[in-house]
Each structure stands twice: as C-alpha cells, then as structure tokens.
Write a protein that binds this ligand. Structure first.
Ligand SMILES: NC(=O)c1ccc[n+]([C@@H]2O[C@H](COP(=O)([O-])OP(=O)(O)OC[C@H]3O[C@@H](n4cnc5c(N)ncnc54)[C@H](O)[C@@H]3O)[C@@H](O)[C@H]2O)c1
Length: 260
C-alpha cells in the first residue's frame, strides 16, 4: 500500500512512535527511525524493522529540544535514506504541575519538543513533497489538543498549538496532493503516562491496576488503556490513498473522552 514511499517518524524507538513506524513498514514504506538513543541501539531497532517488514530502515539521532538539531533532522534523514514524503511528528514530553509553580525550563522544553520541532520538520520536509505532488504529514497531538485537564499548562499550549498549526499547513498544502492531519489519542499504554499512573497508584497503597482504573474512570469512558498499535493503525490509514480527501482534521482516538 505504501511501497515506494519513505517515512520519517520522530520519537520512534518506543511507545506510539514505534507502533507507527512498525505499521508503516508493514504497509511497505521505507522508514527512518528517529530518537535520542545512541546510534548502536537505534540502528538495532532499524535492522529489526527492516527484517520484519522487508523494507529499508535507517536510524537518525537528534535532540529535538535543540532547535538546530530539529532543523537539521529532515536533511539527516534524507542523507540516511531518501527525502521523506511521509512525516509523522510523534516525539513528545509531559510535565504536570499547577501553573503558579510550573518551572520555565519545563515549559520551554515542552514547547520545543512538542510544538517547535514539528514546525521545523514540516518546514524542512514540505518542499520535496510539493515537488513530488504527494505527501502525508501526521502529527500526534492529544485529546489535550482539543480539551483541557488541570496541571498541564505547557502540554495544553503545545498540543492545542499543534492542532491549530496543522490545520493551517493543511490549507497551505491542499492543492499539492499533501494532507496534514492530527491524531488525538486518549490514555495510551506507553512510558509517558507512567508517572501519572504511579501518582494515582500511590492513593491505593501502590496498587497499579487500581491507579489505572482511577485515571481512566475520570476521563476515558471505555475504561481501557489504548494499545499503541491503535494509533499506528490510524496513522497508516491517514497515509493511504483511501484518506486522500482527509486533511486538516484532528482525529480523536480516545475511547469516548471528547464525546462528553
Ligand atoms: N501515551 C498517551 O497516553 C498519549 C496520549 C496522547 C498523546 N500522546 C502523545 O503521543 C506521543 C508519543 O508519546 P508516547 O505515549 O509514545 O510516549 P513515550 O514517552 O513512549 O514516547 C515519546 C518519544 O519522544 C521521544 N523524545 C522525548 N524527548 C525527546 C527529545 N528531546 N528529542 C527527541 N525525541 C524525544 C522519546 O525518545 C520517545 O521516543 C507524544 O507526542 C505524546 O504527547 C500520548
């Protein structure tokens, strides 16, 4: 389905990013895995995905908290494999704290990784997509790009910003065969939410399952942590020809969270 295409997925050595990259490789795309792991470790993941999917795979390191590294990522990916015509901005970080005590350095890091990096990678990747007359950008936002929760000022600003920016870039690209969409996951079973699960579990004597139930019952009506593969499946669909008419959307995959 995606044979002949090349995908760059940021933050793809674990969690949702790894599920997305596996899904794209299974659909036939060559893939550039990105992360902050040492090259040896990242290249190991790339080799495994290449063998499983029968595709080409490469690994590129870049710390997206540093604008110059985010700015250079697409060029590095192009050197490693080929200019990507599928870009998935997935890398993200979280920090929870009331706004009055939210540290400025945490704010700056979240805006840099969750928002500015997506701006810089889109800026760098779009020219080759325009030239080709085909491109797919999938930005992994969050339900917190659509609705709010307490203690997440920076994450909310970044994810709402990502949804808004993606709509604008979708309009700028609509006549060139390029789609730009967001996926807005609810609670998904990955490392990023472990500190929030641990904090809830502490109210139940350290019972992790009770902590998860408590977290889900507050917001996610299906009471089920999403497997990262569900987000990967949706990303593959948004990259397919079947989704060619879908652009500028922010698609919740959230067990009913934003229906409330
Ligand atoms: N898990 C959830 O419940 C959930 C819900 C909604 C949205 N999301 C979003 O999904 C995306 C993926 O998160 P995840 O759940 O897989 O968590 P995760 O922590 O497993 O993955 C985050 C990825 O971002 C990368 N990353 C972090 N800091 C980086 C930096 N400075 N430079 C480069 N890469 C960096 C990490 O290496 C990792 O691969 C994030 O944007 C997150 O906000 C997650």
């Amino acid at each position: 389905m995606l044979k002949g295409h090349t995908a760059l997925v940021t933050g793809s050595t674990q969690g949702i990013g790894l599920a997305v990259v596996r899904g794209l490789a299974q659909a036939g795309a060559d893939v550039i895995i990105h992360g902050i792991e040492p090259p040896g470790q990242g290249e190991g993941i790339a080799a495994e995905i290449a063998a499983q999917g029968g595709v080409k795979a490469a690994y590129v390191y870049a710390d997206l908290a540093r604008a110059e590294e985010a700015e250079g990522l697409v060029a590095a990916a192009t050197r490693a494999l080929r200019a990507p015509d599928i870009l998935v901005n997935n890398a993200g970080i979280q920090y929870t704290c009331p706004v009055e005590s939210f540290p400025l350095d945490r704010w700056n890091a979240i805006i840099a990784v969750n928002l500015t990096a997506a701006f810089l990678t889109m800026k760098a990747a779009l020219p080759a997509m325009r030239q080709q007359g085909w491109g797919r950008v999938v930005n992994i936002a969050s339900v917190h790009g659509l609705v709010a929760s307490v203690n997440k000022a920076a994450y909310l600003a970044a994810k709402h910003g990502l949804v808004g920016m993606s709509k604008g870039v979708a309009l700028e690209s609509a006549r060139q065969g390029i789609t730009v969409n967001c996926i807005c996951p609810g609670w998904t079973d990955t490392p990023i939410i472990q500190p929030q699960i641990d904090a809830r579990a502490a109210h139940f004597g350290g019972d992790r399952q009770a902590g998860i139930r408590d977290l889900l019952s507050e917001k996610q009506p299906n009471l089920t942590l999403l497997p990262p593969e569900r987000i990967g499946d949706a990303a593959v669909f948004l990259c397919s020809d079947a989704a060619a008419g879908i652009t500028g959307v922010a698609l919740p995959i959230d067990g009913g969270w934003t229906a409330q």
